[in-house]
Design a binder for this molecule. Sequence first.
Ligand code: PFF
Ligand code: NA
Length: 455
Amino acid sequence: MAQTKVSIPVWSSQWVFIMAAVGSAVGLGNIWKFPYIAGDNGGGAFVLVYLACIVLIGLPILIAEISLGRAGKANPIQAMLNNALANKASKAWAGLGINGVVAGLLILSFYTVIAGLALAYFVKSLQGGFLAMDANEAQALFSSEVASPWVLGFWHSVFMLLTLLIVARGVRAGLEKAINLMMPGLLMILLILLGYATMTGSFGQSVSFMFRADFSQLTWNAVLVAMGHAFFTLSIGLGTMMAYGAYVGRNMSIVQASVWIVVMDTLIAIIAGLIIFSIVFANALEPGAGPGLLFQTLPIAFGQMAGGWFFGSLFFLLVVMAALSSAISLLEPAVSWLEQRGRYSRVQATVLLGALTWFIGLGTVLSFNYWENIYVFGERNIFATLDFLTSSLMLPLGGLLIAVFAAWTWQKSKRAEIVRFSNQFVERLFDISLRYITPFAVLGVFAFNLALGWM
Ligand code: PFF
Ligand code: NA
């Protein structure tokens, strides 16, 4: 079996591994995206389909992906090469790793732009910038933040720098330290805000908004949105979980960790939605604001409500921490690959790949202003193209290949050494999902998106 030139670190405990993976999963997908797509797609019925996707497709792929990283004991590219060799399969399986490494960098390139905006809003809130803000002023603030490539580019750079500072220090001194610092803070803020939401007087309305099962609004398209989001929100299909899986120690349980990741990610998405809609309804604002919910609707609420300075600042700090713990996981597959090839140190690899990703991100920065209507693919500007390319194509493709390898190519005895199920029935379900349900579902999403993209 091919060996990497650098020794592979190990998470210092099962707990840190779980927190790191939860940190990767919980991000902009939960706090920014989930609430508005749930609102847009019929609330409860959509949430139900989403939950089914998470359990039937997401959980098995998550287990498979972490396990493949653990079995290959290297960055996603080398790990898949190792797995292919160990199972006498084609070396072309390394392509799965390449797909993941590239997709991670592409997602990071626009993730830091949106996260940078959240950082700008956190600072704005601290300075009292939302005080007594009305709808027009909130609109104007958002426009002015994104209208200038310099302002948006500045925050993109700051956020990228934060990400690099953590990743450059490595798994133990960088990732683990950051996770240990951020995750308890994140959970505490979430609980404080949840407590606040229950006292707004609009919590009940918020619950019924998110859980009212209006199946008439549940279109075929909504089903596909739900499935695609299940991938993105769990950080699967991109090699991130494979990279984190490589650091899993001998006695750590991958199945247990995966259940934790899925439960925490789902809970936090729902709690974030309840918080946001409670604040929105309590201030008589519009819940269906789409992607602008976070940056155009919430500041109005924070500007009007008592204690808005405190809760607004806490809220955007929550978004920043959630995004940062995801951003480091998007960079890790690529950095570990470059580092393990042996020619560059960890710091050099981080700086090189960070600079490249930062540069690609400028395309997204410009997509909000000068290049907004410059279309690259269909009617998509650079930002929309990158989002489509990764979320709709590379991510389902990665998930499909992971499922196929784990269920069809991976030798049963080899797999059982890594994935330890407590009973055979559960293992049987895992197999059925990876063998049949996942490929069928993913090919469905894939075909649909291809058709949408090219018609
Ligand atoms: N799961 C993250 C979110 O919900 O925001 C985004 C993400 C992180 C996607 C890492 C993919 C990934 F590899
Ligand atoms: Na998520």
